[in-house]
Design a protein around this ligand. Sequence first.
Ligand code: BG6
Length: 483
Amino acid sequence: MAKKLEFPKNFLWGGATAANQIEGAYDVDGKTLSLLEMIPYVELKDRTDIEASRKLTKQDILDSIDNKKGLHYPKRFGNDFYNRYKEDIRLFKEAGLKVFRMSVAWTRIFPNGNDEKPNATGMSFYKNVFEECKAQGLEVMLTINHFDLPFWVIQKGLTWRDKELSDCYLRFAKLLMDEFNGYVKYWLPFNEINLGVLITRQFSDKEQEGGVMQKILSSYGDLHKQFVAQAKVVEYSKKYPHIKVGCMVADTTSYPIDCNPINVLENQRMEHMKKFFYYDVMVKGEYPGYALRMFKEYGVEINKEAGDDELLKKFPVEFISFSYYMSGTVSKETGQMTEGNILKVGKNPFLKATEWGWQIDPMGLRYCLNQLWDMYRVPLFISENGIGVSEVLNDNNTVEDDYRIEYLGQHFEQMSEAIKDGVNLFGYTMWTPIDVVSAGSNEMSKRYGMIFVDYDDYHRGTGDRFLKKSYKWFQNFMKTKEI
Ligand code: BG6
């Protein structure tokens, strides 16, 4: 029997994407390459072994410039949004979405970083997309940087610790706000700030020798610069009182593997360093004591500059946004800060997982929402949530994706429960309304969309869009709020 869910009338239902996973058109209209467009597609024997697709040296990256080895670079092609955005936005609107989360490719706007003027063709592309959203009645949420660092950053060997990078970023962010504040109400300076910095470090000369642990420890100094850059974006946004700036964190709920106090404490330690540390700095504007202790014990240097603390305190984000896909378990044994397991989550025998090993846990979302509201008391927004499945079109040119309907419905139900618990959750953008290139595995066949895109992992196909069963289900959900 259908169950009616309760949501506030003005709840922002929407869909999320990222420039590097949808746009394509990597070499037209003045755009230069971004780091993610230098990573080739690698067929994986074991789909859960994402690390295998990322073992790249700086030389591999350099060789990819003129593609000497004839490899396929999926993020150069995306799902062809650059040419098909009108059709896509119309389909989003018809699905019932109210807000579209997207990002801007930095390399379309400042192709060389220090360009005297922004690239006019790049600016008009985004203006046209925003105009289209406006025409279709869609609000825009904009991620300023969604992992796609320009390639010139790597060529110059820069990390966030280099002033040149934060200066260029701020110039980019301020330009977007000045030009597009009339179209965009919600702004996210960095996507998944707790993961993004590690991506840069992975390809930085300075870290090629170090292991995962070294990269993580070194990343805190970079993160500090990003926190400061984000606070400066918040400061700048005050020029436009109608816009709001939020943070974006990759959140996973984590449970202790059992009630052994050693494991409970270890889980708390992991929660601290994997998530709350980030919210503490960005929402409360202060470094928490547990992090300062860890920095001391591991010899981590932050190199704060005069005025940084005041800036973080004075310009916290106005709302929290986060991605939520799964939960995991922690035990003292697996929770050790050792190479190899730091980014992974432990198995939970009570949960099912996707082909990629992502454990499905709708209740974990309610738990997470309550935790965040209890601790921070700022409005919450789920900026990503969805299920990646390998799918093909059937003879009726659709996909019977009942598992996606189930996944979304169960997560919506827990969101509604959290709202009843008193949580101030004001919106949700699913990842993603349309099939895109996967961020982690570069596959097109890891599909999240309610709209199927006819491209395979090598960008073979027509690129045509087809509606899956979940599209119709979502359309109906928007009208009835019934699952
Ligand atoms: C988030 C990213 O980490 O997860 C998205 O912000 C990404 O860019 C999403 O696509 C799902 O991850 P994946 O690796 O399945 O594409």
